[in-house]
Design a protein around this ligand. Structure first.
Ligand SMILES: C[S@@+](CC[C@H](N)C(=O)[O-])C[C@H]1O[C@@H](n2cnc3c(N)ncnc32)[C@H](O)[C@@H]1O
Length: 311
């Protein structure tokens, strides 16, 4: 797996194209360029007069995407950046933005990245290899209370407190630094789940979210993304678990609302105007045929909003 080509099958590709509806000459941003699957399709649609910006915090993804996109067009620029910094990048007003958040298949499958409890590797889990703390460092330094919170809030792991206590008890003599040893430890500490899900699943998810501050960066990018759109421009967000989807849903709902003054107030004093129209009532999910050929599309949810002309 280590030297395998960077292969990531884009999820909800047809749906993204249908909802974003990219047109020749448009300027787009793919905030999570990954292997470039979505970007390549967007580039084709915007043609020689369009332009695509792509962001990723993982240099391996940018390298793979550069190679792939160069075969389609030269009308793109890739930038190594966390999408949370979107507001600080000097980009022109955009016709459309895509965020396909989470990790890519190559990140998950390469043992050396430390995301998988089924592949031997260091407990790393950083999408940005220069980010400050690895999963092993969090396990070695966070308090029992903080670890328990992370496992419960980000992994919905009912046994989070028990796991945190056992880590803190063990860690002076036996710090957890590799994926398989840690997964074995979780198997011993967490009672077997009747659904058959591996005991390490939830704790690994929680650690990954904490290491990459996934909920924090999503919360920060959404207002910056709307502000970066031209009036009428669209933002499409694909998320892969309920915590992320809830953030997107609530952000879109609040941004679509006008006045937020208390109901008993006779006149509006807040002056808030809706800044978006939400285009997807319910989140868009994968079709039966996509589910058949790409199991990773199972939990994908797409939501799309359009910036209002007068906002
Ligand atoms: C699900 S993959 C995207 C796959 C891509 N749409 C494709 O078709 O190949 C997510 C990518 O976004 C990147 N990523 C995740 N969070 C990010 C963030 N906060 N800032 C920048 N890149 C991020 C990851 O490194 C990964 O390469």
């Amino acid at each position: 797996m280590e030297n395998a080509p960077f292969l990531h099958q884009p999820v909800l590709l047809e749906e993204v194209l249908a909802w974003l509806d990219p047109r020749p000459g448009q300027v787009l941003l793919d905030g999570t360029v990954g292997g470039g699957g979505h970007s390549a399709a967007l580039l084709e649609r915007i043609g020689p007069d369009g332009f695509l910006y792509g962001l990723d915090q993982d240099p391996a993804a940018l390298e793979a995407a550069t190679e792939r996109l160069s075969k389609v067009s030269d009308r793109f620029k890739l930038i190594r950046s966390n999408f949370a910094k979107l507001g600080t990048l000097d980009l022109p007003p955009l016709d459309g933005i895509l965020l396909d958040i989470g990790v890519s298949s190559p990140q998950l499958d390469q043992g050396s990245r430390g995301f998988s409890f089924q592949q031997a590797g260091p407990l790393d889990m950083r999408m940005d290899p220069d980010a400050p703390a690895t999963a092993a460092e969090l396990l070695a330094t966070l308090s029992e209370t903080e670890l328990a919170r992370i496992f419960y809030e980000y992994g919905e792991e009912r046994h989070g407190r028990r796991v945190a206590r056992a880590i803190v008890q063990d860690r002076k003599e036996k710090p957890y630094t590799d994926t398989l040893t840690f997964a074995e430890f979780l198997k011993r500490v967490i009672p077997r789940d009747p659904s058959g899900i591996h005991s390490a699943t939830r704790v690994f998810q929680a650690l990954r979210i904490a290491v990459n501050d996934e909920l924090g960066v999503l919360t920060r990018v959404l207002p910056a993304a709307i502000a970066s759109l031209k009036p009428g421009g669209k933002l499409a967000v694909i998320s892969f678990h309920s915590l992320e989807d809830r953030i997107v849903k609530h952000f879109f709902r609040d941004a679509a609302k006008g006045c937020i003054c208390p109901g008993r107030q006779p006149m509006c004093t807040c002056g808030k105007l809706p800044s978006v129209e939400v285009l997807t009532g319910k989140p868009v999910t994968a079709s039966a045929s996509e589910l058949d050929c790409n199991p990773r599309s199972r939990s994908a949810k797409l939501r799309v909003a359009r910036r209002l002309p007068e906002s």
